[in-house]
Design a protein around this ligand. Structure first.
Ligand code: AFP
Length: 281
């Protein structure tokens, strides 16, 4: 596992430099989800793939930016699903973005996840590693230095309301309105990584990207985005659901499947479960 973490650290240093100087323009390609790929998406993906190809313990990888799983080392132990530069469309307005890694054993399924890692490229570059606990590191003079452990409070006060509000189901709209009426602060940049990082560091709250009339199965991808952050939130003492169940219990049918998702402190997640259970009656 350490070889993998060192490769991720190297990728972060290289992608930081790419973000600072790279072309933020669009490529001529689309990814499997139909998103137009930015040149930064493709270049970040190449950086990460080349680094993982040198790690003996990596058996296979799959990128949000590529259609298929790639075999790396037949004798490898780990499978890695990653989003090389989530929120890349925010780079050209100078907002924070990130890389997300899910480290699996045996199969790319939620119950086989054994670790999760993400990198936040913001005013500072920070690396969060979730194994049996969640630890944050900061890039200082070219090296990552341990800064703190991350633990969520039982209840927070931040709310990140994702997706197109005009497409929200009525029960979801009422729930979000009620949360803000209870005094929660709106914190949403459109970048999953910084938005979830902020809630983790500021003690808790709720990030939601529900199923909507335009995207009944949500937008965020299970293997590359939802499962890794669900692992981080659970290891930090919080929870992650699809409105009804743990997202890590969801059965993935295709590697690019999406899922409605809610990440947060336990009080907020229980509030979602109650609202969605009541609606399901
Ligand atoms: P891009 O990678 O296309 O910028 O999308 C970012 C993202 O996948 C995720 O980082 C955000 O949480 C989510 O989309 C924001 O989606 P909405 O703009 O629909 O809220």
């Amino acid at each position: 596992m350490n070889e993998i973490l060192e490769a991720i650290k190297k990728s972060a240093v290289a992608i930081k430099a790419l973000i600072e100087t790279g072309d933020t323009g669009k490529s001529d390609n689309e990814n499997s989800t139909g998103d137009t790929q930015l040149k930064l998406d493709i270049q970040s993906d190449i950086i990460i793939e080349d680094l993982f190809a040198q790690v003996a313990s990596v058996k296979a990888i799959v990128s949000e930016e590529q259609d298929e799983i790639k075999n790396v080392n037949a004798d490898g132990e780990y499978l890695i699903a990653y989003d090389p530069l989530d929120g890349s469309s925010l780079v050209d307005v100078n907002l924070s973005v990130g890389s997300i890694f899910g480290i699996y054993k045996n199969d790319f399924t939620g119950d086989n996840l054994v670790a999760a890692v993400y990198v936040v490229f913001g005013p500072r570059v920070e690396l969060v590693i979730a194994t049996d606990e969640v630890k944050m590191y900061r890039l200082l003079n070219g090296d990552f230095h341990f800064m703190q452990k991350i633990v969520l409070n039982p209840k927070g006060n931040l709310k990140a309301p994702g997706s197109t509000q005009s497409c929200w189901p009525d029960h979801h709209k009422k729930m979000v309105d009620d949360i803000f009426n209870d005094g929660y602060r709106l914190r949403y940049s459109g970048g999953m990584v910084p938005d979830l990082h902020q809630i983790l560091l500021k003690g808790g709250g709720l990030f939601s990207y529900p199923g909507t009339s335009d995207r009944p199965k949500g937008k965020l991808r299970q293997l590359f985005e939802v499962f890794p952050f669900a692992y981080v939130y659970e290891q930090a003492g919080g929870a992650a659901i699809d409105g009804h169940q743990r997202v890590l219990d969801i059965k993935t049918e295709h590697i690019h499947d999406t899922s409605p998702c809610f990440f947060g402190s336990n009080v907020e997640i229980n509030r979602v479960l109650e609202v969605y259970k009541e609606h399901a009656k």
